[in-house]
Design a protein around this ligand. Sequence first.
Ligand code: NAD
Ligand code: UDP
Length: 366
Amino acid sequence: MGGDTLNEDKRIDMTRAILVTGGAGYVGSHTVAYLLENMGNDLEIVVVDNLINSYRKPGQKKPESLRIIEDMTGKTIHFYNCDIRDVQAMHRVFQNHLIECVIHFAALKAVGESVTKPLEYYQANVSGTCTLFEVMRDHGVHKLVYSSSCTVYGEPQRLPLDETHPTGAGLTNPYGRSKYFCEEIMKDLCASDKKWSVISLRYFNPVGAHPSGRIGEDPRGTPNNLMPYIAQVAVGRLEELQVFGSDYPTVDGTGVRDYVHVQDLAEGHAGALACFNKTEFTGFHAINLGTGTGYSVLQMVAAFEAASGKRVPWRVAARRAGDVAVNYADASLAARTLGWRARRTLADMCADTWRWQSTHPHGYAT
Ligand code: NAD
Ligand code: UDP
């Protein structure tokens, strides 16, 4: 079980709480920071994270991301070092706090690794999610914001991708399928009991960092994603970027994606939480979080060079298996329902990433 502050089967206080699973990770930590910076003292944040993809300094109780957020905000985060699949530990978390709703980030997310370790991915992402839902149900908690992904759309049949685009067809890896399966499970759950309110946020490509530069993305090992890879080349940790394919039918032949600032995503989660007070938000709702604009790999490189003042050497490599040519969101549903719009520009995304990367060349372990 291994809960740091998991003491006994008693609520340690009765302030209303939001449970954030995976809150020590990249998107989770920025959302926790945003909520603490913007909400009143009548709500507390409880984080459950097994630290499989987040960093804790030797001798510290809390992971570095959360420790820094506490320092930035002057507020306390209740942290449990436990796995969402640990039923007993999860029950104790719900007994210890008056949890009103859950933001569920915890998952394994490396696409390539999911192909070689499908069982681990389905275990963590699908079984873990079911365990969380059982525990929520047992404690009468039915409000959930889920971290989904544009990957559920598979190969786009039309662009931009809106929420009515079919999901589940042509998914090329267990990671993507695990996100799709979880959405289907949540639909069944909502159909089975009208008490459930689920907002599944389909992120496009999260990038960027907190404007302070104190928290950011800290991938283990060599990054799989474009932006952290570029950032590590710029800071001198990696030699050159491999551009996966230069013969796509795009502006310059390289893949196009909808990059969205992680601070905008954090605001999207806050918008989703606010919706739980409205009756029309019972049941299952899938909502895209993207900007609606796509940028190519080489446009990203140019923008990063401009923001950082560093050169980012690159060379063309073969296409990466499973990649689509172009992908970008229709984000109008988020505007209509959450009142959310991505506000930050590509220059902001690059500048904020660089502020974090240049001051933390080795991430939190720097
Ligand atoms: P991340 O790996 O940085 O954060 C996930 C956190 O969950 C980590 O701190 C990890 O230690 C924790 N975790 C993993 N399995 C756990 C388990 N079984 N029990 C408890 N904790 C566990 O990832 P992220 O980029 O912040 O992504 C957060 C969520 O958003 C994930 O569900 C991911 O699938 C989804 N998502 C991410 C992206 C992206 O590109 N970052 C895109 C779309 C969707
Ligand atoms: N990409 C690349 N080199 C890399 C990583 C990614 O050329 O080292 C490309 C990739 O082919 C895609 C885009 O950058 O066109 C975004 O890839 P990422 O893995 O960040 O996101 P996803 O493929 O999940 O949208």
